[in-house]
Design a protein around this ligand. Structure first.
Ligand code: ZN
Length: 63
């Protein structure tokens, strides 16, 4: 018989952007493996940074 999961037993992982540990949330039950960021803000920031770096080879010439 599988034991009931204790709350402290919930999975957690660091946010890919800010590195803060984020605890499993029920809302993420379906896509926990795809959750990379602790918040929409981190996801937006990371997306912005990624876009900046991917286009940096053209803007670097100006810097
Ligand atoms: Zn974060």
């Amino acid at each position: 018989m599988p034991k009931m999961r204790a709350k402290s037993d919930l999975p957690s992982k660091p946010c890919r952007h800010c590195g803060r540990p984020m605890a499993w949330r029920k809302a993420w039950a379906r896509n926990w493996n795809e959750v990379l960021y602790c918040s929409d803000r981190c996801r937006a920031e990371a997306a912005r940074l990624r876009r900046d770096t991917s286009t940096s080879h053209s803007s670097k010439d100006h810097a």
